[in-house]
Design a protein around this ligand. Structure first.
Ligand code: PMP
Length: 306
């Protein structure tokens, strides 16, 4: 079965969704994107898109920062997504990648006065990083871009070169993932994940002013921890060495889901195993995204009718 994409205002076979080498975004990284997951529930014979509205709300914020004025509303973008997913007809977990990008074929660095387009594709997708085994991390030698360089509040294509530098450094040195520090040396986030630590039974995560992406999984985990598990959550700066002495560390994101960190910079985190709080959060997260938690079904949009 062929795969479909949305490109230049219509659903087309994915092979036909091509940009020119002169496309502005291809040259300068002047686009923004989202990563959304849809989960297959075998019992319900249904594919559920997780928190689609929140992803498109964030995407419209990214557009504002990038001087893109979309014609489409959140509802329009949701409808396009469902149309592509239905045409693809997947009956397994899927990763959805919408993009707004400067589509003009123009030479010259700027944001203003350039045409844009909306494109979307979706691919079957398993785990992005290990969720069964605790992963090994290093603190990156690269510092995270800041709000006065490339704002992380927007999910801008070009800023992922910063993430890629850190990820490749970590991977080629034999680690699973990189953890960024901010310019002034606080913990920021992973290359594509927000970060939580557990100390003395309390969950701590870096505040949004530490140059993190305002993650939807982060918000989900905070709400699940507080409302369902009754765990206290604190948002405050985290020092590098707190990663070494924390009882538990874990990374969260749409791609990463909830992934335990077993080692940072050759220091074992806790016992080096998935900690009890991480495990409870991971289990609840997977139950929620798969549609097994009634109280949070409003976060899911079913793809198939009837
Ligand atoms: N930080 C960065 C840099 C990311 O790329 C991602 C993945 N989108 C996240 C955090 C997690 O965000 P979310 O939970 O919204 O996917």
């Amino acid at each position: 079965m062929g795969r479909y994409a949305y490109f230049q205002g219509q659903v087309v076979p994915v092979e036909e969704a091509r940009v020119s080498i002169m496309t502005h975004a291809f040259n300068y990284g002047t686009g923004c994107f989202e990563g959304i997951r849809a989960y297959w529930n075998d019992e319900h014979q249904q594919l559920y898109v997780f928190r689609m509205r929140e992803h498109y709300e964030r995407m419209l914020d990214s557009c504002k920062i990038l001087r893109i004025e979309p014609q489409q509303s959140v509802e329009d973008l949701e409808a396009i997504t469902l149309e592509v997913l239905r045409r693809n007809g997947d009956r397994e977990d899927v990763y959805i990648r919408p993009l707004f990008y400067k589509s003009e074929m123009a030479v010259g660095v700027r944001l203003h006065g350039l045409a844009h387009d909306f494109a979307l594709f979706a691919v079957p997708f398993g785990p992005y990083i290990d969720v069964e085994r605790p992963i090994r991390c290093r603190v990156s030698s690269w510092r995270h871009v800041t709000d006065v360089m490339i704002p992380m509040r927007a999910k801008i294509c070009g800023s992922y070169v910063n993430a890629a530098l850190a990820k490749s450094e970590a991977a080629e040195d034999g680690y699973d993932e990189a953890i960024f520090l901010t310019t002034d040396g606080h913990v920021s986030e992973g290359s594509a994940e927000n970060l939580f630590i557990v100390r003395r039974g309390k969950l701590i995560t870096t505040p949004v002013y530490e140059d993190i992406l305002e993650g939807i999984t982060r918000a989900t985990v905070i709400q699940l921890a507080q409302e369902v598990l009754g765990i206290e959550v604190e948002e405050r700066p985290i020092d590098r060495t707190e990663l070494y002495v924390a009882d538990e560390v874990f990374l969260v994101g749409t791609g990463a889901q909830v992934s335990a960190v077993g080692e940072v910079d050759h220091r074992r985190v806790g016992r080096g195993e998935m900690g009890p709080i991480t495990r409870r959060i991971q289990t609840l997260y997977f139950d929620t995204v798969k549609g097994r938690v009634e109280a949070f079904r409003h976060w899911l949009t079913p793809v198939y009718q009837g």
